[in-house]
Design a protein around this ligand. Sequence first.
Ligand SMILES: [Zn+2]
Length: 233
Amino acid sequence: MSQKQIYPIRCPKCRQEQEVELFDAVNITEEPALREALMRNQLNAVTCSACEFIFQIHKALLYHDAQRGFMLYWLPVPAGAEEAGERQFAEMLLQLAAQQPDGVPLPPVHLVFSRTELIERIFLLEAGLDERLVEYVKHLMYLNNVGKLNPAQKALLFNAQDSTPENLCFVVQDTTTRKMEAMLHYSRKAYAALAEMFHAEEKMRMLRELFPGPHISARALLIQQPDVATAEE
Ligand SMILES: [Zn+2]
């Protein structure tokens, strides 16, 4: 079920404080229009009651696709506060588990720290892809492009729209300018071969060790352990 709550919000333009109803959780199976609002960047948008300025509140949001059976928790945290974010996520998971009806297991809950990551993960899961495998592919792309693709400055994003039956498409985004700079392709055949390889339990454990979660990101991993990226030079 979608959930809303009233929050006191101050307009960033005219400083007027007002009470605004914002979404804490959206169930897009029950209310598909909320998925569209999120995609159009209109979810939790506020029109100031005094000056009519339109602005957006980036706040914690639980996204539930009940039909496909996954949840995403978007927790906007400033750079460097990821560990605190993971602790907050663990507490939220306990609350969520306590609210589950008896005998109904909690679906997988993904943690993302930015709106970009949220949108990417929604498309990725809707396309039936595995988030750890996709991050593994990105990890390979970063390691194969050392010097050209610095994870501190360039994000790799799965692009569902330009993916084809032959290739998965990734765009390179500069994290400062937010410009999309290039497109990289990875063949679905190679992805299927990876999926096959990681199907073996021992290999799957390797993948889980590389990306233990809850925040699964090749870029974050390479930024935390830059020697992994430079060792290949
Ligand atoms: Zn205002």
